[in-house]
Design a protein around this ligand. Structure first.
Ligand code: 9MR
Length: 375
């Protein structure tokens, strides 16, 4: 009898140790794992900023030490009409970041997308002159950056100004002002908060043409004495694109220009994409078809494995270059948040982030957190 009790007791103890270890595993905060390497950040959408998604906020506070607003600091959100600034949500976002001791990123000051029409037109609907657009850009940047001076740590000053082939995107900013709009934007931001970090942020940065175009731009800015602290490589990845080696080339190339490299907007789509290199151009949309929404009932084991491997491979790369990388930011907390559920095809079910729709860390998060110990 004593033997049986002893065996039962040992089994119980083993089970307790096992589940405690697993519990511990589940909650190792990413921010502790990467503490001496880089900030680990996350984008907050409206529901989180207004405190309506408490389960997600708990994840944010446990695992992340940097936040970026997914949408509420874009021009159309902050200044929908000329001179009518709306700061309620952005203020709330910054307060959240300060309260929780986060490294706060402002996204973004100048972007061709989400810039309201009025920005480029006069009262008669005619395109404004170069001088007027520069003045509007200056007013917008100065107003926004000054408001958060000393509180927002870094700004995505210019977003997506270079095309995949390295040429300039023919945006309104470019066609009306010329390539100088980039230098001016950085100068206005710097004047408004000389201590803030200032970034250039773009997608498809692993592409050779884009890499070269961005390097060329950085050299020009540097030669002109313009402060650029870092380059954000948006990490909108898929299971088989881009090649890790190409991504690495860009980390090295940007770092060689004397700026910090940041992996911004990280997510990995598992869904079929209409093209291999989709980039992240929000204006591209394709029609819904049932066949291209294959995982409505959950992600099959083999795809989960591929996703895990892909995340691990990329984090291994980030850790290899932790001396060059200052921040890695996920573009959302749980899969339910992701813009990829609606882009480039509306109404699909994607699984691109570290936490699932039940707010649970995916098993590979544990594996990611073990990489530093192993290398
Ligand atoms: O995830 C963002 C989505 O909710 C918005 O509708 C969209 C347009 O504002 O922007 C998405 O975020 C983009 C980011 O601001 C810049 N890089 C590409 C991102 C994905 O489109």
């Amino acid at each position: 009898m004593r033997k049986v009790v002893l065996i039962l007791f040992s089994c119980l103890a083993a089970m307790l140790v096992f589940s405690y270890k697993n519990y511990k595993r589940e909650i190792i905060p990413l921010k502790d794992i990467f503490k001496d390497k880089f900030y680990i950040g996350v984008a907050l959408n409206t529901r989180k900023i207004w405190g309506r998604d408490t389960a997600a906020l708990q994840i944010v506070n446990t695992h992340f030490n940097s936040v970026v607003a997914e949408n509420c600091m874009k021009i159309n959100a902050l200044q929908p009409r000329e001179g009518h600034f709306q700061f309620r949500e952005a203020d709330k976002f910054v307060d959240f970041g300060l309260r929780n001791n986060m490294f706060i990123i402002g996204h973004n000051l100048v972007w061709h997308s989400q810039a309201p029409d009025w920005f480029f037109k006069d009262h008669n609907g005619e395109e404004v002159s170069r001088e007027v657009l520069i003045e509007r850009m200056k007013k917008h940047i100065t107003t926004v950056v000054s408001r958060y001076k000393g509180r927002v740590n870094g700004w995505d000053v210019v977003n997506e100004a270079v095309l995949d082939d390295g040429s300039w995107r023919k945006s309104k900013f470019y066609s009306i002002i010329g390539e100088d709009f980039i230098r001016l934007a950085f100068e206005f931001a710097h004047a408004a908060d000389p201590m803030a970090e200032l970034y250039y942020n773009d997608f498809s940065m692993a592409r050779e043409g884009k890499r070269q175009g961005v390097v060329k731009m950085l050299r020009k800015l540097k030669a002109g004495g313009v402060k650029v602290t870092g380059v954000g490589m948006q990490g909108h990845l898929s299971l088989d694109y881009p090649k890790i080696a190409d991504f690495e080339k860009s980390i090295l190339a940007f770092s060689a220009e004397g700026v910090n490299v940041m992996i911004t907007e990280l997510d990995i789509t598992v869904l079929p994409t209409p093209r291999r290199n989709m980039g992240a151009d929000v204006n591209q949309n394709y029609a819904y078809k049932k066949e291209i929404n294959p995982y409505t009932d959950g992600l099959p084991e083999n795809v989960t494995k591929q996703l895990a491997q892909r995340y691990i491979d990329f984090f291994r790369l980030f850790l290899k270059h932790e001396d060059k990388i200052s921040r890695v930011t996920l573009w959302g907390v749980t899969d339910a948040d992701s813009w990829l559920n609606n882009w480039p095809v509306f109404g699909r079910k994607d699984y691109p982030l570290l936490f699932d729709r039940q707010y649970k860390a995916k098993p590979f998060v544990q594996m990611i957190s073990q990489i530093p110990a192993k290398e």
